[in-house]
Design a protein around this ligand. Structure first.
Ligand SMILES: Cc1ncc(C[n+]2csc(CCOP(=O)(O)OP(=O)(O)O)c2C)c(N)n1
Ligand SMILES: [Mg+2]
Length: 373
């Protein structure tokens, strides 16, 4: 079985929730969403594509650190965040930065994180925490937040995104087990993009679908076309409603594909065939949604061009804000870690500052391209 078939066989297509075909034809129930919001989904997805491609260029110019492109995964990111209310929580990994944008994290704050800086200015009201790089960790954090919501008797929900590879981490499994037992108001959203760097999905788990694993944790599992923004929106909205009503967690698997490299430090031609990428380019989430909007007379070629120009400008403005920031001092790298510094951190900070007095370049590495991912 080829890898393409492995990820998107006729059986998968039959099993997953879909509203739009790759050609943009409506084959499922359209969610009840006003036209203005339907257009907003498109804006967010196009911003995702523009930002992803321009971030790669910025990394090549040495202007940001290691970056993980999201080309091909825009629908899953937008669909996971769009159904949330302001006071709901959203946590994710590096691959969910577009979802954070939708949830209300100002873009310059995220650019800062891609620059290798400490993201200390996510507004509290965005209810996102800086995206996680240690795989699966955010899944535990989210269940903790969901339990806190439950103890406080608040009407909120917590949603967490992670990759197919992260589902093999102990953290993921502990988090789902705990959430199932305690009926935490949480939605687990796995972006199955076929690969965990060079490890294909079928080596990650022998389960037919990642969503099938939900039954073992005592929660419903749902398979959705992750390249169909309307389908993702609907399944997440339903799962959020379940959690808000006190009916507990849901595991969603969004079948999608990473069209680009894992990160700017990766060369995917070393481990995956070009034919697989070409197959997935035909399933591009933006092309199908654009066709859907055009068929409904909601978008013309000319309007699309203007929208791309506007979003390019928006991106450039965010970069300008980021690049105008003064560089961090070595002192701040310690001060911004915890609200109250631990004695160990205090000792390390004092040691570094002392060393810097005698030898200004010692121990300080400003090369954010060395950031691990
Ligand atoms: C605990 C941990 N182990 C290993 C890594 C190195 N690493 C970074 S990304 C990645 C692959 C993740 O794959 P997946 O969960 O499918 O997410 P994707 O990158 O495909 O979105 C690995 C192994 C890490 N960041 N954290
Ligand atoms: Mg993956």
């Amino acid at each position: 079985m080829s890898l393409v078939a492995d990820q998107i066989s006729p059986a998968v297509i039959d099993s997953m929730h879909q509203v739009l075909t790759p050609e943009g034809k409506v084959v499922g129930q359209l969610p009840d969403i006003p036209d203005e919001q339907l257009m907003q989904f498109y804006r967010w997805m196009v911003f995702g594509r523009i930002s992803s491609q321009r971030f790669v260029a910025l990394q090549r110019q040495g202007r940001i650190g290691t970056f993980s492109p999201i080309d091909g995964q825009e629908a899953a990111s937008v669909g996971m965040a769009a159904p949330l209310q302001q006071k709901d929580w959203l946590l994710g990994s590096y691959r969910e930065y577009l979802a954070y944008h939708v949830k209300g994290v100002p873009f310059p704050a995220q650019v800062k994180q891609w620059g290798g800086d400490i993201p200390d200015d996510y507004p509290a009201e965005s209810r996102c925490v800086p995206f996680q790089i240690v795989l699966g960790t955010q899944v535990l954090h989210t269940v903790g937040i969901a339990q806190a919501i439950k103890y406080e008797g608040e009407p909120q929900v917590a949603v967490v995104g992670c990759g197919d590879g992260a589902t093999s981490e102990g953290d993921f499994n502990e988090a789902l087990n705990f959430a199932g037992v305690f009926k935490a108001p949480v939605v687990f959203m796995v972006q199955n993009n076929g690969w965990a760097i060079s490890t294909p999905r079928h080596k990650q788990s022998a389960a037919r679908y990642i969503a099938d694993r939900a039954i073992g944790f005592g929660m419903p599992g749902c398979l959705v076309d992750g390249n169909d923004v309307l389908a993702v929106y609907q399944v997440v909205a339903d799962a959020v409603a379940r959690a808000r009503a006190g009916d507990g967690p849901t595991l969603i698997e969004a079948i999608t594909y990473r069209l680009g490299a894992h990160t700017t430090a990766d060369d995917p031609t070393k481990y995956r065939p070009e034919a697989e990428v070409e197959e997935w380019e035909k399933r591009d989430p933006i092309i199908r949604y654009r066709q859907f909007l055009m068929d409904r007379s909601m978008l013309t070629e000319k309007e699309d061009k203007v929208l791309h120009e506007e979003l390019n400008t928006e991106f450039e403005e965010a970069i300008a804000v980021y690049e105008a920031l003064p560089p961090r001092t070595p002192q701040q790298h310690f001060d911004l870690v915890f609200a109250e510094q631990s004695p160990q951190l205090q000792r390390q900070q004092a040691k570094l500052l002392e060393a810097l007095e005698t030898e200004p370049d010692s121990g300080v590495n400003h090369d954010s391209s060395l950031m691990p991912l």
